[in-house]
Each structure stands twice: as C-alpha cells, then as structure tokens.
Design a protein around this ligand. Structure first.
Ligand code: ATP
Length: 231
C-alpha cells in the first residue's frame, strides 16, 4: 500500500510579523486528492512549506499515527512526505537517471512505484542532463524525483505553472495516476480546471484562512473562487 493519511491540525505559519497561514486544519486520505486554491499571497505555498518543515510553523502534522511537526524537513521526507517544490527543483548538472538515483538513495525503503512506469516519457531521456530538458520535461522529472523518494503523501506546488495546454492535460493524468496508486495528493494550484478534472476536495484560502471547503465537482466552485480572489 503506497499511501498514508496526512493530517494537519491548526497549522500557522508566520514570517516575523506577517501571518501567512492561521489555524489551518485539513486531512488528505490515501487515494484522494486535496487542492488548495486561492489568490496570490493567500498562503498556499506557505501551507505546504509549513507542513514540510521548510518554514517555522506551529500546529500538528501527522502521517498516519506518526507525528512529524517536531522533526526537521529531512526526517519528514524520509517518513514519507514527498514535496515537489514550486519551480522545478532538479539537479541540472546531473542526468535524468542520476537525478532519480539521488532521490532513491534518500528513500527509507524501496519505492513501490517505479517513477519511470508512472512517467514513461522520461525513459528516452534517461542519459540527458536535466538542465538540457525543456521546462515541461523538468517539471515531469521533479515529480518523478518525488516518487523515487518513496513517499506516501505527495505535495505539489503549482505543478502546471508555465506548462502548455497539452502538458497541463498530461500533468492532470499523472496526478490522477498518483492518486489511483493510493498516494495522498496535496496540491497547490492556480488553475481551477485541475481540481475539477481530478474531482479533488478543494480548500479555498483567503488571507491565510479557509474561506471555503467544497468538492472540485461543485458547480459553485468558480464563483466562490472569483469572490475569494476579489475580496
Ligand atoms: P503565490 O501563489 O503567489 O505563491 P501563495 O498563496 O502561495 O501565493 P504564500 O507565498 O504562501 O502565498 O504567501 C503568503 C503570505 O506570506 C504573503 O503575504 C507573502 O507575502 C508572505 N510571505 C511568503 N513568503 C515569505 C517570506 N519568506 N518572508 C516574508 N513573507 C513571506
């Protein structure tokens, strides 16, 4: 079984005097997808970084029964919290295969899903340097690296940012495959269509607070989002 349950209780993230996220609670079950939507500055990235241990945060973070909020980011990752950061973090001077090997070496056990089965389009590129790939290919590699790390929960920060419409569609397929493989998927997005097509649970953030919790299939979602963006 790949997935685990992510539970976040009363998470707050502050940068000095700025409160980016306040008192946010959410649960992502294995085999489901939850999308955080909201305007720029609503606190979406800070939520993922707080959960991942990359920013100082208060509140509880659990992966199944294991409490993670009191351990550093590296331990959270080894415990199964995968994180695809905003902006395609790959080792540009390493090949595709080397990028995946480095990620796998950090895994606690052998991942149950081979990242190249999930993203077969990377197979012909295994020997190419990551820095020579297109932006879209680097984004695919960033997802593959997270999978190689043997996660049980996968958090992704705007994985469709800057992609062509065709690659947006392909990314949605990959996210659905991750979900259907049993991972808990926590997604930050600007594109509402991604949450809609994945039939994700949606949390709309506004100024660091939960404005709405709805289903991605709810026909009211676009209207709620528009109101949240404008307020
Ligand atoms: P975007 O889509 O633009 O990334 P977001 O919803 O992800 O927006 P965050 O990036 O989490 O929002 O930002 C939330 C708030 O925290 C904003 O007011 C932002 O200016 C502030 N903030 C984010 N990172 C920092 C930082 N490193 N230092 C100080 N303030 C920050």
């Amino acid at each position: 079984m790949n997935g685990g349950r992510l539970k976040v209780d009363a998470l707050s993230v502050r940068y000095g005097g700025v409160t980016a996220v306040e008192d946010l609670s959410l649960t992502v079950e294995p085999g489901t997808c939850l999308a955080l939507l909201g305007a720029n500055g609503a606190g979406k990235t800070s939520t993922l970084r707080g959960i991942g241990g990359l920013e100082p945060a208060t509140g509880g973070v659990w992966l199944d029964d294991v409490r993670l909020d009191n351990v550093p980011a590296s331990r959270r990752a080894r415990a199964g919290l995968g994180h695809v950061l905003e902006g395609r973090h790959v080792f540009k001077s390493l090949s595709v295969a080397e990028n995946l090997r480095v990620a796998a070496a950090r895994a606690a056990g052998k991942p149950e899903v081979d990242p190249l089965d999930l993203l077969p389009e990377l197979r012909p590129m295994e020997r190419r340097l990551a820095g020579g790939l297109s932006g879209g290919q680097q984004q695919m590699l960033a997802i593959a690296r997270a999978v190689a790390g043997g996660p049980r929960v996968i958090m992704l920060d705007e994985p469709t940012n800057g992609l062509s419409p065709k690659l947006v569609g392909r990314t949605i397929e990959i996210l659905a495959d991750l979900r259907d493989a049993g991972f808990a998927v926590l997604l930050v997005e600007q594109r509402v269509e991604v949450a809609q097509k994945l039939e994700a649970d949606v949390v709309v953030l506004r100024h660091g607070h939960v404005a709405h919790r709805v289903s991605g299939t709810d026909p009211e979602l676009p209207g709620l989002l528009q109101a949240a963006y404008l307020s």
